[in-house]
Write a protein that binds this ligand. Sequence first.
Ligand code: PGA
Length: 256
Amino acid sequence: MNKNLIVGNWKLNPEGADKARILFTDIKKVSNKLKNTEVVMCAPYVFLPILKNLSNTKAVLGAQNVWHEANGAFTGEVSVKMLKELNVKYVIVGHSERRAMGEDNILVSKKVNALLKANITPILCIGESHRDSTGAYLQFIKHQLIESLSGVPKTNLKKVVIAYEPIWAIGKNAVREATVAESMEMSLFIKKVISDISDTKTAYMIHILYGGSANKDNAQDFMNNGGVQGLLVGRACLSVKDFSKIIIGIDNQTLK
Ligand code: PGA
């Protein structure tokens, strides 16, 4: 992929189908004018059939989770094939809010593999809950990354999008915002880990996103100086005004 990638994570929003249709349509109007940026909107499952026919190559449909088995006794789950039929091109896996509900790296890796087999792009979320002065968080990230990617053939690694989302910077209860220097450090570290398990070329082809309180005021700085090729945006993607500002601002820059 040679474009900036901006992903909106709608989480448990908006309240109903009408609002979902309006949000998607309004962002699509802005996305249609973009040249260097792909915009993905990850909606709750129930809205996907409604948004399916609205999506195009500039305003792409994504999901927030998936189940790795094709069918069977898995109450409440949704398969890769079901998402594929709904024109879903990207799926967030291993978001910290799902990990907090019990998902571990091995389960996440099964989801990553199932998606790759179906040619759907996994957006693999990783991130530490806190930082320490001895750098233990780097080992945590390394372990999370390697285990969440287990079973992925080396040739397929470049198809995975990695979203670095420090948990302490996510949501309205964030401890603080991450700095672009912290994003840059982690982007280089992730590339090093990927390079160690595959090769340098793959490491540099992989798209890395920053997520955690990304907003209209800091988005361009993360893209310019944070060593990332895109953003995973939570709260700010629910405001047409704010999300438009983010994607237009970023589109005016070339991919770093
Ligand atoms: P936030 O959420 O932008 O509201 O911090 C990001 C995320 O959880 O993906």
